[in-house]
Structure formats: structure tokens, C-alpha cells
Design a protein around this ligand. Structure first.
Ligand code: MD6
Ligand code: FE
Length: 225
């Protein structure tokens, strides 16, 4: 069945995907979950991730406290988020390779822009994309994203591959986090009064995803500078 009215309303991004309509939900003021928003672009996203990771391979960074992160990370765009014994920062140079990060793929930029707009943040132009790879057993402890210059800029977070439980807390570390299941193609846009909420990801369960195999990939697109 074709759905000309739906395709016309949502534009070419969703043309021909009549079985997977996006569903939007406000999590709390400033935070929106766009279920399935990235699915129409899944093949282009996967190709772009592979392209970035061939140039700047995934690696397990070290926290300032000396722990090896269970999540493997790489970056693309002008700025990349890095952690080592000296602390967290954004850097134009990949410390592993001594070279700039690969450029931001157009499909990342466009997805981030369109998702931010759908969530009420028009004109978002990311200059940094952190790519997180979770293999079974990997987790991310509760943290705030506060290494960026302008907290008025939202963050766009794209989940691909295996499902995960996202922990979505308050602005104080002790606020008990809500548990939010995120699946392939879900996009969370995070800004305004939610920008400094604590959040994390529970230990990834083993599984197999038809497109990405035995892992979850998360893209977090930011305006770092
Ligand atoms: C993840 N995400 O989902 C990790 N940060 O794998 C984040 O740390 C994150 O999803 C800020 C805003 C949205 C996020
Ligand atoms: Fe974060």
C-alpha cells in the first residue's frame, strides 16, 4: 500500500517507509524521544560509521581516575571528545593517530539537524560526533555532559543495533533515574531545561541485531564550541 499523504507530509526522509512511522514523545521539558527517526537512514548511517571507524578505529579510552572504559569510542567532525589521565576534553586531533578526526558525514549532520528541528531546536549544526560502541557487558555510568561551551545547544543521540536501557536522571546525581528502553533507530534530543540531567546506559545484554550484529552503536552529536 502506498501512502502519498504521509510521504508528502513528512518529506523524502520517510518516503517509502510506510511500515515504520516515527512516534514522538516528550520525556520531560527539553527532552524528546523520536522513536524510529533514524531508521530510514540506517544503511547510510552504517556505511558512514564503517568509513569513520576505518580511518579512526574504536578504542577504549582511560578515565581521569585510571579506569579503562568498557564502551569503545571514536569521533568525527571538527572536535572529538576524549578522556585520558589528564581529564575530559574536546580536541581537534585524535591522540591515537596524531591527526584530525575524520570529517562529519553529511548523513550525520542532516539527521542531527532534522531531529533537533522535530524536537523544537531549529538550526542545529553539530561540530562533534562521539561514536560509542557497546559490546555485550559494556555500560556507561551516570554522568552529565558538560564539556561543551554552550548549554543552549541541544544534544542529539542516535541508537543503533542492539536494544539498551537508558538511565535518565535528574539534575542532581542522587535523583533516581528513570529507565528507558532504546531500540534501533531511536533518537533522543536533549536540551533546554534537560541539558544537564544525569544519564547513563545499563550493562548491554548479549544479542544479535540483523544490521549491526553483536553490538549497540550510539552517536551523540553536539555543538562542542
Ligand atoms: C549512549 N549517551 O546512549 C550514551 N549524552 O550510549 C549519552 O551519554 C548521551 O544519549 C547526552 C545526551 C544524550 C545521550
Ligand atoms: Fe552523555
Amino acid at each position: 500500500m502506498t501512502r502519498p499523504d504521509h510521504d508528502a507530509m513528512t518529506g523524502d526522509l520517510f518516503a517509502g517507509t510506510s511500515g515504520a512511522l516515527p512516534r514522538y514523545e516528550t520525556l520531560c521539558p527539553g527532552a524528546m524521544l523520536l522513536r524510529g527517526f533514524a531508521r530510514p537512514a540506517e544503511a547510510a548511517l552504517q556505511a558512514a560509521i564503517d568509513h569513520v571507524a576505518r580511518a579512526a578505529p574504536f578504542r577504549h579510552m582511560i578515565t581521569p581516575g585510571g579506569y579503562r572504559m568498557s564502551v569503545a569510542m571514536t569521533n568525527c567532525g571538527t572536535y572529538g571528545w576524549v578522556t585520558d589521565r589528564h581529564g575530559y576534553r574536546y580536541d581537534t586531533i585524535d591522540p591515537e593517530r596524531g591527526k584530525p578526526w575524520p570529517p562529519m558525514p553529511k548523513v550525520f549532520e542532516r539527521l542531527a539537524h532534522d531531529a533537533a528541528e522535530a524536537a523544537g531546536f531549529p538550526g542545529f549544526t553539530p561540530d562533534a560526533c562521539l561514536i560509542n560502541r557497546y559490546d555485550p557487558g559494556a555500560r556507561l555510568s551516570l554522568h552529565q555532559d558538560k564539556d561543551e561551551r554552550d548549554y543552549d545547544q541541544p544534544i542529539v543521540s542516535v541508537s543503533l543495533g542492539l536494544p539498551a536501557t537508558f538511565l535518565f536522571g535528574g539534575v542532581r546525581r542522587k535523583d533516581r533515574p528513570a529507565q528507558l528502553p532504546l531500540t534501533h533507530g531511536d533518537v533522543v534530543v536533549w536540551g533546554g531545561p534537560s541539558r544537564l540531567r544525569y544519564h547513563g546506559v545499563k550493562r548491554l545484554e548479549t544479542g544479535h541485531h540483523p544490521l549491526l550484529g553483536r553490538c549497540r552503536i550510539n552517536l551523540t552529536l553536539r555543538r562542542a564550541v
